[in-house]
Design a protein around this ligand. Structure first.
Ligand code: C2O
Ligand code: CU
Ligand code: CU
Length: 536
């Protein structure tokens, strides 16, 4: 993908200078099958540094497009990573140091959609009935140009426009059939929060949050969506007559500054009797909800602003972003409770890289709007609100980010570096009553080989007779196998009788594609599973 300035037609008959990908605004839509390797060469032909951040994707640190890893003007960088996470609606955008907001505003944003077989089996509307909608706002006073120039008020509120663009189109309309549609909605605005609804106040169903499908298709008549968030909805036009129309709107609400403006976003014109054949799924896959009682620690992040001192006005725990400072060290594989305490009268959509989390409560209430229930990477924290989330980093160690996705707040410093480290208590977590231990492989990610260590306990310990005999029979057949993420066995590393002791095996992935693999140790009823990443 080539990043550069170009002229595109946004308003009919005029040209708009944008800075984005492949002379296109929004950027090209990427669709990838789960389980595949994704790779793209990013060529920066613009005169300012840039990056591509894959928002919501679980990728290694160096593929995450962070401000600390800029692609300088005239240079290129290959982003490649395995796509192993849940199917869903993700997006990409610039994350350049101090230029994120400007580059997103000028056009650097596009869809990244992950599909998989399991989702296809659900019978959701597909093809021309599965429609991605990117919502961004621009300022009509500059029409037909996108002009990014902020004053203090813009930095305080975020750079708000009065004119919504849907997939880059002003006054957008869409011709629909009298049937069920799936809409994948991304709020790609710099700062504007929308309260989505239909103009006739009819119900729609939320079927997915940031990290893919929910466990139920819940009916609602409105949903807030803040910058960085996604929801997918099902909406049925069959009760309309041909010739009628209905609007997707943002309802007025009282919010900081000019937030909460009422807007018509997209007009649906009902034009035909076609059918999508899609249905509202009755059995969506279950979601394992974290148990707050299993959280091993709590971290609190205070969201504040300070008009009078220091370099930036927007703060997290009184800090503004320092590209070289590590603000939080977080172990892999440990469930934590994070509290976002907003002490301002402003809205802050908080986004975390490298993880999907779950919202637990808002102001102490665990009764959540359906759009908060499911896998999330961005959560809106309203004025003076406290939001609790449950979070566990399970995939990559390394340096990631936590920040406000109001992009003016982010560029102004409302961002922290977080470092995910291998867990120190791996043994504890995986010790069965019988004392088996499966350790995290090292190195990880690896190419092409890595070492997996495990230990087999002594049968001579103080065990009851049953467990001793159980253990003895378990040791008759110990297996260590490697599977790909689709569950296909790719290697058997151990399959034999074993005596107590510490073992170490080398797994060589030279003939396998890059990707996430799991390895499983099994002996009788004991089993332990861990993940590892092959990165070529
Ligand atoms: Cu969508 Cu760190 O950003
Ligand atoms: Cu992100
Ligand atoms: Cu903010």
């Amino acid at each position: 993908m080539i990043f550069k300035s170009s002229n595109v037609e946004v308003w009919p008959g005029t040209t708009t200078q944008v800075v984005g990908m492949n002379n296109s605004y929004p950027g090209p839509t990427i669709r990838v099958q789960r389980g595949k390797e994704f790779s793209v060469l990013f060529e920066n032909q613009h005169n300012v540094e840039s990056t591509i951040h894959w928002h919501g994707l679980l990728v290694p640190e160096l593929m995450d497009g962070q401000p600390k890893d800029p692609v300088l003007p005239g240079t290129s960088y290959r982003y490649s990573f395995p796509v192993f996470q849940r199917a869903g609606t993700y997006f990409y955008h610039s994350h350049a140091h101090h230029y994120t907001a400007e580059q997103v505003y000028m056009g650097h944003a596009g869809f990244f959609i992950i599909e998989d077989e399991a989702e296809k089996q659900l019978g959701l509307p597909a093809g021309e009935f599965d429609i991605p909608l990117l919502i961004q706002d621009r300022r009509s006073v500059n029409q037909p140009q996108f002009v990014y120039s902020t004053n203090n008020q813009d930095i305080m509120q975020g750079y708000l426009g009065d004119l919504p663009l849907i997939n880059g189109t002003p006054d957008a309309y869409f011709e629909v059939q009298k049937t069920l549609y799936r809409f994948r909605i991304v709020n790609g605005s710099n700062a504007r929060v929308y309260q989505l609804a239909l103009s006739d106040n009819s119900n729609f169903r939320i079927i997915a949050t940031d990290g893919g499908l929910k466990d139920e298709a819940v009916e609602v008549n409105e949903a807030f969506i803040s910058p960085g968030e996604r929801i997918e909805i099902l909406y049925d036009f069959s009760s309309f007559n041909i010739g009628e129309s209905v609007n997707l709107v943002s309802l007025p609400f009282s919010g900081f500054g000019n937030q909460g403006t009422q807007m018509d976003l997209l007009k649906f014109n009902i034009v035909g009797n076609g059918t999508s054949g899609g249905t509202v799924p009755q059995n969506l896959p279950a979601i394992d909800y974290y148990d707050i009682n299993s959280a091993v620690r709590t971290r609190t992040f205070e969201l504040s602003h300070d008009m009078n001192s220091g370099p930036g006005m927007h703060r997290i725990n009184d800090l503004t972003y320092d590209i070289n400072r590590i603000d939080e060290k977080i172990p892999l594989n440990e469930l934590e409770e994070w509290k976002f305490v907003n002490v301002t009268n402003n809205l802050h959509p908080i986004h975390i890289h490298g993880v999907m989390f779950q919202v637990y409560s808002r102001n102490g209430s665990t009764v959540l709007h359906p759009k908060d229930k499911g896998w999330k990477d961005t959560v809106l924290v309203d004025a003076y609100e406290t939001v609790q989330v449950l979070i566990k980093f399970t995939d990559y160690s390394g340096r990631y980010l936590l920040h406000c996705h109001n992009l003016e707040h982010e560029d102004n410093g409302m961002m922290l570096n977080i470092e995910i480290d291998p867990a120190t208590s791996v043994e504890e977590e995986n010790a069965s009553p019988e004392g088996f231990v499966l350790e995290q492989n090292y190195p990880n990610p690896f190419n092409p080989s890595t070492t997996i260590k495990y230990s087999v306990p002594s049968v001579e310990r103080d065990l009851s007779r049953t467990s001793r005999s159980e253990l003895k029979s378990a040791l008759q057949n110990v297996t260590l196998k490697v599977y790909d993420i689709l569950g296909k066995e790719v290697a058997t590393l151990v399959n034999k009788q074993q005596s107590p002791g510490n073992y170490s095996v080398v797994f060589n992935g030279f003939n396998l594609p890059s990707g996430l693999y799991v390895y499983k140790l099994q002996a009788g009823k004991f089993s332990a599973v861990k993940k590892m990443m092959l990165l070529k």
